[in-house]
Design a protein around this ligand. Structure first.
Ligand code: COI
Length: 392
C-alpha cells in the first residue's frame, strides 16, 4: 500500500505519493509441501545444495517495495530484456547462520552485510532498503529451514541475498524495477581441498579493481572477469589469484577473501599484522573487520602492530628472504580464516611457514578460533551474534 504524505504549500495542500518501504510485517508465507532431509555435512559442496525456501521482494520506482514472499525455492521468471542480463545490474551478499551447541541458530554481524548491500545497491543505482527489515525476513526464512543448518563446527548455512535490475529495456538507464531475493545453502569449507592451507598466484598481468572503480562493492561484475585468470593460475597449480595493483604491485585481496600477512622484525622481534587499506579497491570484509577489531583488543601492543597500510609483493619477497614473513591468511564469510601456505611470484614460490605437521601458523589458528568461538556461541562478544531461531 502506498503511504500518502500531505504536504502544505503556500495556497493549497498537495498530496505526494511516497513509495513503500520494505516491511517484513507484510510477509506472505507459502510453505513447501514436504520439508527436505538434511545432507550429511561431509557430503556438502560449497553452494551446490539449497534450502527449501527463498525470499523474493519486488521493487518499482513508482510503488517502492512490494509484498515480501517466503516461498518454496524455485526458478525465477524474467524478461530476456531484463537489465540484469545486459548491463550487469546485480549485487549480492554472503552471510552465514550458525547452529550453536545450545541449539540456537544465529547470524553473525548481519547489520554489516546489510549496510554493505545498501552501499553496493547505491553504487549501481538500485534501491536501498531498511536493513533491519531484511534481517527480520532472513530470520523468518531460516526459521522455516532451521533443520537444514548443519550441526557441525566449521559448517553453517551460507545465505546469499541478491538484488537485480529487472526493467525490460535495452536502454542504458537506472532500472525502474528490481528484485531482491535471498537463497541459502548448507555449507562446509569453501575450497575443494577442505580445511587446508591454500596456494595463491600473485597476479599482476590483470587487474581486479582500480581507484575510482567499483572493487569495494559486492557486484557480480567484479567476479566474472577474474575467472579466466583463476583458471590460468589453476593450470600452474594455484587455487586463487592474489591480486596486485599498479606498477608498485600493491597487494590488494584474493577475490574470494581479504588477505592478511604477519611480518616479524628480526631486530625488535615485534610482529606486524598487516592488511591492505579500504581505499576503494578491496572489499570491506566483515571477517576482515572482525579480525582487526579483535586483534586490536586482544594483542599486546608491545609485541604487535596492527596495520591497514599499502604493502607490496616486493616487501613480501624481501621479508621472506630475511625470515621475517611468519604467516599469511585469507579471511571471508565463505573462506572464514584460510591459511596461505605459498605464493607463486616471478616463477618462484614464496613459502609461508606453517606449524610443524599442521595446516596453519599459530596466529592464524588462534584468530580462526576467536572468530568461530563467537560465531558458534562459545564466547559472547558485544552484539555480534543474533539469535534468529531455536531448534526444538
Ligand atoms: C563470501 O565470502 O561471502 C564471498 O562472497 C566470497 C565468494 C563466495 C564470492
Amino acid at each position: 500500500m502506498l503511504k500518502l504524505l500531505a504536504r502544505y504549500s503556500v495556497n493549497r495542500p498537495r498530496y505526494i505519493a511516497m513509495s513503500a518501504s520494505l516491511d517484513s510485517s507484510r510477509l506472505k508465507l507459502t510453505k513447501v509441501a514436504k520439508p527436505s532431509t538434511p545432507t550429511p555435512p561431509d557430503l556438502l559442496q560449497f553452494g551446490k545444495t539449497f534450502t527449501d525456501h527463498m525470499i523474493t521482494i519486488e521493487w518499482t520506482s513508482e510503488e517502492g517495495w512490494g509484498i515480501p514472499e517466503l516461498k518454496p525455492y524455485g526458478n525465477l521468471s524474467l524478461s530476456p530484456a531484463a537489465s540484469v542480463f545486459h548491463y550487469a545490474f546485480e549485487l549480492f551478499e554472503g552471510m552465514k547462520a550458525y547452529r550453536t551447541s545450545d541449539n540456537k541458530i544465529t547470524l553473525f554481524r548481519p547489520d554489516k552485510n546489510m549496510a554493505r548491500m545498501n552501499r553496493s545497491a547505491s553504487r549501481i543505482c538500485l534501491p536501498n532498503f531498511d536493513s533491519e527489515e531484511l534481517i527480520t525476513l532472513i530470520g523468518k526464512m531460516i526459521e522455516q529451514d532451521r533443520h537444514l543448518v548443519p550441526n557441525k563446527r566449521g559448517y553453517s548455512l551460507y545465505i546469499r541475498p541478491v538484488m537485480i535490475g529487472t526493467t525490460s529495456s535495452l536502454g542504458i538507464a537506472p532500472p525502474d524495477k528490481a528484485l531482491l531475493y535471498v537463497i541459502a545453502s548448507p555449507v562446509g569449507p569453501y575450497y575443494k581441498t577442505g580445511f587446508k592451507s591454500v596456494s595463491l598466484e600473485a597476479t599482476d598481468y590483470a587487474t581486479r579493481a582500480w581507484p575510482g572503480g567499483a572493487g569495494n562493492s559486492k557486484l557480480g561484475s567484479n567476479y566474472a572477469p577474474c575467472i579466466l585468470h583463476q583458471l590460468q593460475a589453476a593450470k600452474r597449480g594455484f587455487q586463487q589469484n592474489l591480486w596486485l595493483f599498479g606498477p608498485e604491485k600493491y597487494i590488494t585481496e584474493v577475490g574470494s577473501m581479504n588477505a592478511f600477512f604477519i611480518f616479524k622484525d628480526s631486530a625488535t622481534n615485534k610482529k606486524e599484522l598487516v592488511t591492505a587499506p579500504l581505499d576503494g579497491t578491496i572489499l570491506d570484509g566483515v571477517t576482515r573487520d572482525s579480525i582487526l577489531i579483535l586483534a586490536r583488543e586482544r594483542l599486546d601492543p608491545n609485541e604487535w602492530t596492527i596495520s591497514e597500510r599499502l604493502f607490496t609483493i616486493t616487501e613480501v619477497v624481501e621479508r621472506a628472504a630475511k625470515g621475517e614473513l611468519v604467516e599469511a591468511f585469507g579471511s571471508g564469510t565463505a573462506a572464514i580464516v584460510s591459511p596461505i601456505k605459498e605464493i607463486g611470484w616471478n616463477n618462484e614460490l614464496i613459502k609461508v611457514p606453517l606449524l610443524p605437521g599442521e595446516e596453519s601458523g599459530p596466529f592464524t589458528k588462534e584468530v580462526s578460533k576467536w572468530i568461530s568461538d563467537i560465531q558458534y556461541g562459545v564466547v559472547e562478544y558485544k552484539d555480534w551474534v543474533r539469535v534468529v531461531a531455536t531448534l526444538d
